[in-house]
Ligand binder design. Structure first.
Ligand code: WQD
Length: 341
C-alpha cells in the first residue's frame, strides 16, 4: 500500500516515513525542502534499507500538485505534515503562514477529490487548546482563540476538514501533538533547526555541545511547583508510530466518524527545570543556564489526557523523559560529528 507523506523530510515526517516503511508501506515523499534536505531520504534508507521516492514540489503550486495526483492516483492514504511551524515567525509574517499552510492543504484536498483518494491524516497541534482551563486536556476541551497565526492555521485547517468530510468521501484524522522531542535511536535522523533554535530541547543539546553559551529559562515565577512552565514532552518515535496506527485505522475502516481527533501526548507534564535535570542526568553534563523574564505568549502549563487515544487507537507513548533526552543528545553529537560545523 502506497502512502504519500508531505513534509516527509522534516523532523516528524522523516521519523514517520521510517515507521511506515518498517510496517511494510510504500512511501512517497513530497517536500519543498524549505526546512529540510534531500539527503534525509538517504538517512532514512540507512535505517530501513529503502530509499523513499522524494518529489520536490511546493504544494502551494496548484498545477504541480494536481499533476502529481494524476500520476499517483493509487494512494491508500496521505499524511500531511508539510507546513511552516514557527510560532514567533508566524506573528511577524502572518500572510506567509496563511498562504503556505492553508493553500497547500486546499491543493492536497482538491487533488484527493479529483482522484478519489479518501484517507487523510493531518498534523494538528495542542496549540488549538490555547491556555487550557482544565488539566489534563482531553479532546473535548474547547478550542480557544488561537494565540498566533500558526495556531490559527491549525484551527482553520481542522475546520476545513470538518466541512469537507460532511460533503464528500473524505475521511480525516487530526492528530494534536503536544511537544515532540528526541530522535531516532540510530541517530541517523533527528531535529535539525535552522539557525538559533526556538525550542527547548535543541537549545539544551546545542548549549551542552558548546554551540550556545547558555540556555535561557523563560521565567521561574509561574504558578507551578518550581515556577517554570510545564509541557507534555513526547518522543518523536512514539508520535510517528501513532501515525501508522491512524493510517491503518482508516484503511481498515475502523473509524467511528469521518472526522476524528486525537491527542498525542504522554499524560505527564514536566517543567523546564525537570527537562534540564533529566538531560544533566543522562548526559552526565552540567548545563549552563540562566533564569530570564517570561517569554511573551508562553502557555503556563499544558499536558494531555491521552486516555481516548490510548483506548481508541490502542496506542500509548512508551518512552520516558530520560530516554527522550538521551536520544536527543546522541543525535546532536552524531550530527555535529558528521557535518562538523
Ligand atoms: C517549551 C518550554 C519555554 C526555549 C511548541 C512548538 C509549537 C507548538 C506547541 C506544535 C516553554 C521553555 C524554551 C528556551 C526555555 N507545537 N524554553 N528556553 O512553546 O511549548 O511550543 O509546542 O504545534 O510549534 O514550538 O515549545 O520547546 O519552545 O518551549 O525556557 O530556550 O521551554 O518557555 O516553557 P512550546 P518550546
Amino acid at each position: 500500500m502506497k502512502i504519500l507523506v508531505t513534509g516527509g523530510t522534516g523532523y516528524i515526517g522523516s521519523h514517520t516515513v521510517v515507521e511506515l516503511q518498517q510496517e511494510g508501506f510504500e512511501v512517497i515523499i513530497i517536500d519543498n525542502l524549505s526546512n529540510s534536505q534531500a539527503e534525509i531520504a538517504d538517512q532514512i534508507a540507512r535505517i530501513t534499507g529503502i530509499k523513499p521516492v522524494l518529489e520536490i514540489i511546493d504544494l502551494t503550486d496548484k498545477e504541480k500538485t494536481s499533476a502529481f495526483f494524476k500520476k499517483h492516483n493509487d494512494l491508500s492514504g496521505i499524511i500531511h505534515f508539510a507546513a511552516y511551524k514557527a510560532v514567533g515567525e508566524s506573528v511577524e509574517q502572518p500572510l506567509k503562514y496563511y498562504t503556505n499552510n492553508l493553500c497547500s492543504l486546499l491543493n492536497v484536498l482538491e487533488g484527493m477529490k479529483e482522484n478519489g483518494i479518501e484517507n487523510f491524516v493531518f498534523s494538528s497541534s495542542c496549540t488549538v487548546y490555547g491556555q487550557p482551563d482544565v488539566l489534563p486536556v482531553s479532546e473535548n476541551a474547547p478550542v480557544k482563540p488561537a494565540e498566533s497565526p500558526y495556531g490559527n492555521t491549525k484551527q482553520v485547517s481542522e475546520e476545513i476538514l470538518t466541512d469537507t468530510v460532511n460533503v464528500s468521501k473524505l475521511k480525516a484524522i487530526a492528530l494534536r501533538y503536544f511537544n515532540p522531542i528526541g530522535a531516532h535511536e540510530s541517530a541517523e535522523i533527528g531535529e535539525l533547526p535552522q539557525g538559533v533554535p526556538n525550542n527547548l530541547v535543541p537549545y539544551i543539546t546545542q548549549t551542552a555541545k558548546g554551540i550556545r553559551d547558555y540556555l535561557r529559562v523563560w521565567g521561574n515565577d509561574y504558578d507551578t511547583p518550581d515556577g517554570t512552565a510545564i509541557r507534555d514532552y513526547i518522543h518523536v518515535v512514539d508520535l510517528a508510530k501513532a501515525h501508522v496506527v491512524a493510517v491503518k485505522r482508516m484503511i481498515e475502516d475502523k473509524m467511528k466518524s469521518n472526522f476524528e481527533v486525537f491527542n498525542l501526548g504522554t499524560g505527564t507534564g514536566y517543567s523546564v527545570l525537570d527537562v534540564i535535570r533529566a538531560f544533566e542526568k543522562t548526559a552526565g553534563i552540567k548545563l549552563n543556564y540562566r533564569i530570564m523574564d517570561r517569554r511573551p505568549g508562553d502557555i503556563v502549563k499544558v499536558w494531555a489526557d491521552p486516555a481516548f487515544s490510548n483506548k481508541e487507537l490502542g496506542w500509548k507513548a512508551e518512552q520516558g523523559l530520560e530516554e527522550m533526552m538521551a536520544s536527543a543528545w546522541k543525535w546532536e553529537q552524531a550530527y555535529r560529528e558528521k557535518f562538523k560545523d
